[in-house]
Design a protein around this ligand. Structure first.
Ligand code: PMP
Length: 381
C-alpha cells in the first residue's frame, strides 16, 4: 500500500507540474473584442537598439502608433466620449455629434470612435491641414469644417468654431440630437487617461525601473498624466519636455518666460509655432500642460533638422518609421542619455507613424543619406 501511495503521490505531483506548464491564455493571441474601442491601449514598448548601443543607455519607445486609430489620441477620445456618456450628455443612436477643433490625430481618433460607438464626428480644422490627415478624416466620413488659420484669441479660430457649433446644436429646438465639445486642451479626461493607462503600462513594461521619461507637449495631456504617475512611483525619475523650435514651452520651463521674442508677442500668428513638426509645441498655456508643468525637470529644444535626420536614422537602423513628434522625442532622448549615467533607462513616446507625415516631414527625411551617423543627426548645422 505504501508503494501505491508513493506512486500516486509522484503521479499527482507530475500531473500538477504539467498542468502548471500548460499554455496560458495570455500567451496566445488576444481574445476576441466587441468593437474597435476595445483595441485601444496596451501598446508595445520596444528597445531602440541603435540609440541604446551608441549612447550606452537603454532607450525604449512606447509605441502609441499601435493604437487602432494610429496614435495616443485614441485613449483621449475614448475617455472623453465615455465621460460624456456617463454624464448623460451623449447617447448612441440619437444623432448626437462630438465637435472638436483639431488639425491632428485627435480628429482621426474621434472620427473612428464615433463611427464605432454610434455618434457623428464634426471636426473644425485649419484649411492648411496636411493632405494625409484630410484624406483619413474624409475616409472615416467625418463632417469637416475648414477655417482660416488664426490665433486662439480669434473667435473664428478652429477650436472656438467647434465650441460654438456644439452649443448651437444642443440649443436647436428642431432636433433631439445633442452636441458636445470635446475640448482636448482643457478637458481633464485627457491627462487623467494617461495617468490611468499609459503611465501604468510604461511602469509595468519597464519592470518598475525607469530613470528618465521624455515626451513633447501638444495639449500637455501625455506629459502631465504619464509624468505624474511615474513620478509618484519613483520621485527620482527625471521628466523631460522635448520641444520643437519656435515653441514657447522650452523657455517657459527652463526660464519661466513664455515667448521667444518680443516681436512674437504682438503677432497675429503668435500662438502658432514656426516648425514643420506636427502635434507638439505651443505658445500658450493649456490646462493639461499646467497640470504637468511642475513635474517637468527641464526642457530640451530640438531643431527641425535634427528630427528630420533622426527620422531617417531610426528607419534605416531600427526599422522604426516614425512621425515628426516622435523624432523630436528621440533626439531629446539621445541628448538626455549623453548627459546621464551609463545604463540609465530612458522611455520616450512614439506618438504616431511616419505614414501620416509623408507629404511634409518625410518628404525632407527621405532625402537624408541612409548612411547618416548619430553625430550628424545631433548636429544643428
Ligand atoms: N504627437 C502627435 C502626433 C500628436 O498629435 C500629439 C497631440 N497633439 C502629441 C504628440 C502630443 O500629445 P499631447 O497632446 O498629449 O501633449
Amino acid at each position: 500500500t505504501s508503494r501505491i501511495a508513493t506512486v500516486s503521490a509522484v503521479a499527482l505531483v507530475c500531473a500538477l507540474y504539467l498542468y502548471s506548464k500548460r499554455p496560458q491564455v495570455e500567451d496566445g493571441p488576444p481574445r476576441k473584442k466587441k468593437n474597435i474601442a476595445q483595441l485601444i491601449g496596451n501598446t508595445p514598448l520596444v528597445k531602440v537598439q541603435s540609440l541604446s548601443r551608441l549612447t550606452g543607455c537603454e532607450i525604449y519607445a512606447k509605441l502609441e502608433l499601435a493604437n487602432p486609430g494610429g496614435s495616443a489620441k485614441d485613449r483621449v477620445a475614448l475617455a472623453i466620449i465615455e465621460d460624456f456618456e456617463a454624464r448623460g450628455l451623449l447617447r448612441p443612436g440619437r444623432g448626437d455629434v462630438v465637435f472638436e477643433g483639431t488639425s491632428g490625430s485627435t480628429g482621426i481618433s474621434f472620427a473612428m470612435l464615433c463611427n464605432a460607438l454610434g455618434y457623428t464626428a464634426h471636426i473644425s480644422l485649419p484649411d492648411d491641414t496636411s493632405n494625409e490627415k484630410l484624406q483619413l478624416l474624409e475616409s472615416y466620413g467625418a463632417i469637416l469644417q475648414k477655417v482660416k488659420p488664426a490665433s486662439i484669441v480669434d473667435p473664428d479660430q478652429y477650436v472656438n468654431s467647434a465650441r460654438r457649433s456644439a452649443e448651437a446644436l444642443s440649443k436647436d429646438p428642431s432636433t433631439q440630437a445633442m452636441g458636445v465639445f470635446a475640448d482636448q486642451f482643457e478637458n481633464d479626461q485627457n491627462w487623467r487617461v494617461h495617468y490611468r493607462t499609459t503611465g501604468p503600462e510604461i511602469w509595468d513594461q519597464m519592470e518598475e525601473n525607469i530613470d528618465i521619461f521624455v515626451t513633447g507637449s501638444g495639449t500637455g495631456g501625455t506629459i502631465a498624466g504619464c509624468g505624474k504617475f511615474l513620478k509618484e512611483k519613483n520621485a527620482n525619475m527625471v521628466c523631460i519636455l522635448a520641444d520643437p523650435q519656435g515653441s514657447g514651452l522650452f523657455n517657459r520651463v527652463n526660464h519661466g518666460v513664455m515667448y521667444d521674442s518680443v516681436e512674437r508677442e504682438g503677432s497675429r500668428r503668435r500662438h502658432q509655432v514656426d516648425t514643420i513638426i506636427e502635434g507638439i509645441g505651443l505658445n500658450r498655456l493649456t490646462h493639461n500642460f499646467k497640470i504637468g508643468e511642475k513635474l517637468i525637470d527641464y526642457s530640451i529644444r530640438v531643431a527641425d533638422v535634427q528630427a528630420v535626420r533622426m527620422a531617417k536614422f531610426l528607419s534605416i537602423n531600427d526599422g522604426l518609421f516614425l512621425g515628426s513628434s516622435s523624432c523630436i522625442n528621440a533626439v531629446a532622448a539621445v541628448q538626455a542619455a549623453q548627459n546621464a549615467q551609463k545604463g540609465s533607462k530612458i522611455v520616450m513616446i512614439a506618438c504616431d507613424s511616419g505614414s501620416r507625415h509623408l507629404s511634409k516631414f518625410w518628404k525632407q527625411a527621405s532625402e537624408v543619406s541612409r548612411d547618416v551617423t548619430l553625430e550628424e543627426v545631433m548636429s544643428v548645422s
